[in-house]
Design a protein around this ligand. Structure first.
Ligand SMILES: Nc1ncnc2c1ncn2[C@@H]1O[C@H](COP(=O)(O)OP(=O)(O)OP(=O)(O)O)[C@@H](O)[C@H]1O
Ligand SMILES: [Mg+2]
Length: 260
C-alpha cells in the first residue's frame, strides 16, 4: 500500500488543524498504523503541545529543507522523536521555518523539496500526518505537493465559511502545474449539535462538497482544551470522550478509504 501522506491544511486560523493532526496521529497509532506527525508551522503549536520547545531543539524539520540528498536518511533519524505516549513518531518545527520563504526564493523546484525528502525517510511508516501553517507560502505548497490526501478542517460556523475559498483556490492553482490533481476532503470540526446555525452550516457544506466531505463530524469537546493545557492528546484525558471516539472514526474512515 505504501506510505500515505495526509496534510492537514486550511489557511483559516484556529479551525482545528493542530488538534486534528495530533488526535488523528494518535488514533492511527492506536489502530496499529505506524505513524509520524510532522509540524510544519513556524508557530510550532504542535511541537510546544508535545513539550518540544523550539529554543531547546537542535534538529527540526527546517534542517530537512536545507539538507543534501545524501545526508537525508541520517538527518531524519535526528529529526524524528519517538513519543512513547501518544505513541507516534514526531518531527518538531522551528520558528525559523518562517525564513524559508526568503531563503528558497530562487531555488528551482522549491515546492517539491519536502516530497523528495519524505522519499528518503529511514523508517517504514503507514501514515505521515503534516500539521500545516495557516497561511499561503512555500511551506503550505510543500505540504500540499507531498500529500496523498489533504484534510481540510472546517469549523462549522458561518464566519468560518468566509475565507474557505482560499484553500480551494490554492489547491486549484497547484493542480494546474502538478502531474496529478491534489485529493482533498473536508472535515467538519467544533460542531455544536444544539446550535441551529451549526446544523445549517453542516447541511450547506454537505450540499456543496458532497463526497468531498468526511462522514465523520468532530463535535465540540472541552477535553481538547484540557488536553492541550496538559500537553497531552485527548486519548490520555479520556479515551471514551466524544472527541476521542470521533477521531478514531475519522482514522477508520481514512483507512477504509485507502483499502476501497
Ligand atoms: N472539537 C473541538 N472542540 C473544542 N475545542 C477544540 C476542538 N478542536 C480544537 N479545539 C480548540 O480550538 C483551538 C484551536 O484549535 P487548533 O490549534 O487545533 O487550530 P489550528 O487550526 O491549528 O490553529 P492555527 O491556525 O492557529 O494553527 C484550540 O484551543 C483547541 O484546543
Ligand atoms: Mg495549528
Amino acid at each position: 500500500m505504501g506510505i500515505k501522506v495526509l496534510a492537514v491544511a486550511n489557511q483559516k486560523g484556529g479551525v482545528g488543524k493542530t488538534t486534528t493532526a495530533l488526535s488523528l496521529g494518535a488514533a492511527l497509532h492506536r489502530l496499529g498504523k505506524r505513524t509520524v506527525v510532522m509540524d510544519l508551522d513556524p508557530h510550532a503549536c504542535a511541537s510546544i503541545h508535545l513539550a518540544h520547545y523550539p529554543e531547546d531543539l537542535t534538529h527540526t524539520v527546517l534542517d530537512i529543507f536545507y539538507a543534501e540528498k545524501d545526508a537525508l536518511p541520517e538527518l531524519w533519524t535526528r529529526v524524528l522523536n519517538r513519543e512513547e505516549v501518544p505513541g507516534f513518531d514526531f518531527a518538531a518545527a522551528s520558528i525559523r521555518l518562517s525564513e524559508l520563504e526568503m531563503d528558497l526564493k530562487s531555488r528551482p523546484g522549491r515546492g517539491a523539496i519536502f516530497k523528495e525528502a519524505l522519499e528518503l525517510l529511514p523508517e517504514d511508516y503507514d501514515y505521515i500526518v503534516l500539521d500545516c501553517p495557516p497561511h499561503v507560502g512555500v511551506l503550505l505548497v510543500n505540504a500540499l505537493v507531498a500529500s496523498d490526501l489533504v484534510i481540510i478542517p472546517i469549523q462549522t460556523d458561518f464566519l468560518a465559511l468566509h475565507g474557505l475559498r482560499l484553500i480551494f483556490d490554492t489547491i486549484r492553482t497547484l493542480n494546474r502545474v502538478l502531474p496529478q490533481p491534489i485529493r482533498f476532503r473536508a472535515l467538519p470540526t467544533m460542531f455544536d449539535r444544539r446550535a441551529g446555525a451549526c446544523r445549517r452550516v453542516l447541511n450547506l457544506l454537505r450540499k456543496k462538497l458532497g463526497d468531498k466531505m468526511f462522514e465523520t463530524v468532530i463535535n465540540l469537546d472541552t477535553n481538547f482544551r484540557e488536553a492541550s493545557a496538559k500537553g497531552k492528546v485527548i486519548y490520555e484525558i479520556d479515551e471514551k470522550s466524544r472527541g476521542a471516539i470521533e477521531y478514531s472514526l475519522l482514522a477508520k474512515e481514512i483507512i477504509a478509504h485507502e483499502n476501497a
